[in-house]
Design a protein. Structure first.
Length: 152
């Protein structure tokens, strides 16, 4: 079962928040909370708040235990941008863009979520075992070249 929580209109740029959300995707909730607790960024505090809200939603609304939850996805979208002006030289002005973001965290109790480590192990195994499985099918040009080489 999936449980989600959304923090809307966070007063921080989505670029800054995505840097932290990439770190917690695919991790168990306890590990994600530990990472966020020791990350010295404003974004970590906001994501921590959203993650705790998602855990509370799972416990209260879906009757799930926090121990078995995994961060399925942590997505940051752009919110509305506040446009402000600041004075510049010779009576002109320039724009300041104050960006906002929407932080969405989805938790699941399924343990079959692929983490970065499992994906990397799977890729390494495919490289060692079946090298021909990853190659695309032959094109018309390469078929013609092989046919010409066979005639010679």
């Amino acid at each position: 079962m999936e449980v989600r929580s959304i923090y809307k209109y966070a007063r921080i740029s989505p670029f800054k928040v995505r840097e932290v959300t990439r770190e917690i995707q695919g991790l168990p909730v306890s590990a994600a909370l530990d990472i966020l607790a020791f990350t010295p960024k404003k974004a970590a505090f906001l994501i921590n708040k959203t993650l705790k809200s998602a855990i509370a939603n799972a416990e209260n609304n879906a009757n799930l235990k926090a121990d078995g939850l995994v961060v399925k996805e942590a997505v940051v979208g752009e919110g509305p941008t506040f446009k402000r002006m600041t004075p510049r030289a010779r009576g002109s002005g320039s724009r300041i863009l104050k960006r906002t973001s929407h932080i969405r965290i989805v938790l699941t109790d399924d343990v079959a979520i692929e983490t970065r480590e499992t994906k990397k192990a799977k890729r390494d195994q495919e490289k060692k075992g079946g090298e021909s499985s990853g190659k695309p099918a032959a094109t018309k040009k390469s078929k013609k070249k092989t046919a010409k080489a066979a005639k010679k």
